[in-house]
Design a protein around this ligand. Structure first.
Ligand SMILES: [Zn+2]
Length: 353
């Protein structure tokens, strides 16, 4: 079967590999749609970062590993002893892999497992292939209302869902989002579904600014033209916002985020940073501002996102900006996202094409 595998920086190949066999407790899934994420692009450009160069503690596999962690598919085979799933089921796959035995896992932080892995990064295959075998516990049946295309968006939306849910956000709160890329726009949708007050977004790209507005941001600010801090105060009736979500990971944006925050407010980090960040702790202290960081999602987030999409509370259809073939994953996927990032929110690889 075909599989897209990572070998090294800017070396991703469509290989022919043996189809995996489906063991007890497992199901075989034929991926249908696979989203390409910023993390994939980062790995493509500068990896190996997440992909293992020596055997991964959970999977015991190392590069070349198959990529693709945001995916939906159809069940093609059921392993021995599997209940509650059958051939033909349409599913979204929970990609994170965890041991379930470490201190983090035992306390519910499966997303922070000491031996954390993921389909599509650390071995055991991934979505960018014609077949992948996963434990029964890693498939989520898609209700009829959710297409396989939207099924591939459950994973990225779960990141935003987890961020909002982990934060002190309450309905009616005003929010500033730093960065209007795929994560920022997912956060806009989750906040809309949870009845936020003002949703303000700070974003440089004019294309992305327009998308933020389409997805329901009330105010989209170009930080080069408008002062984010004074504008946030003005929009919120003279005080700052209740919560800032940082999906930009840029020092200057974080600085203005802190200053745009109301007394007692919280900055929530979802961004990946290349290095340490400077935070003015005294300025935080005198206004009891808080800083927290969130990591991917837990099972509950995945379940709640499926429910929210099925109910129409989240309508992510317009996030899909392109559909491409597996063979084109480098040229029309990774490279397109590097060269024309602002034109895209989510490129889906359609494995059947
Ligand atoms: Zn663990």
């Amino acid at each position: 079967m075909r599989a897209v595998r990572f070998y090294g920086p800017q070396d991703v190949r469509v290989d022919f590999v043996a189809e995996p066999t489906c063991g007890a407790g497992q199901v075989k899934v034929r991926p249908a749609f696979v989203g390409i994420c910023g993390t994939d692009v980062h790995e493509y450009l500068a990896g190996p970062i997440l992909t293992p160069i020596k055997p991964h503690p959970l999977t015991q596999e190392h590069n070349p590993v198959t990529l693709g962690h945001e995916f939906s598919g159809e069940v093609t085979e059921i392993g021995e002893g599997v209940a509650g799933a059958k051939v033909g089921d349409r599913v979204a796959v929970l990609p994170i892999l965890y041991d379930g035995t470490c201190d983090a896992c035992l306390r519910g932080y499966i997303n922070c497992c000491e031996r954390l892995g993921a389909f599509g990064f650390t071995g055991w295959g991934g979505g960018l292939s014609e077949s992948v075998v996963v434990p029964r516990s890693h498939i989520y049946l898609l209700p009829d209302q959710i297409s396989l295309e939207l099924g591939a968006l459950i994973e990225p939306l779960s990141v935003a869902w987890h961020a909002v849910k982990s934060s002190p956000f309450n309905p009616g709160d005003s929010v500033l989002i730093l960065g209007g890329g795929p994560i920022g726009i997912s956060i806009i949708q989750v906040l809309k579904a949870q009845n936020a007050g003002h949703i303000i977004v700070s974003e440089l790209s004019t294309e992305r600014q327009a998308l933020c507005t389409q997805f329901g941001a009330n105010h989209v600010i170009d930080p080069r033209e408008v002062d984010v801090v004074s504008k946030s105060y003005e929009l919120c009736g003279g005080h700052g916002v209740d919560v800032v979500f940082d999906s930009a990971g840029v020092q200057s944006a974080l600085d203005s985020g802190f200053r745009a925050l109301r007394t007692g407010g919280t900055v929530v980090n979802i961004a990946s940073w290349g290095g340490p960040v400077t935070i003015n702790v005294m300025a935080m202290m005198v206004e009891e501002k808080k800083y927290m960081a969130v990591m991917t999602y837990v099972r509950r987030d995945f379940e709640e996102v499926i429910e929210a999409v099925a109910k129409g509370l989240l309508k992510p259809d317009r996030m899909i900006t392109s559909r491409i073939k597996l063979e084109d994953v480098v040229e029309r996927g990774f490279k397109e996202l590097i060269e024309h990032k602002d034109k895209h929110l989510k490129i889906l690889v359609e494995t059947a094409l």
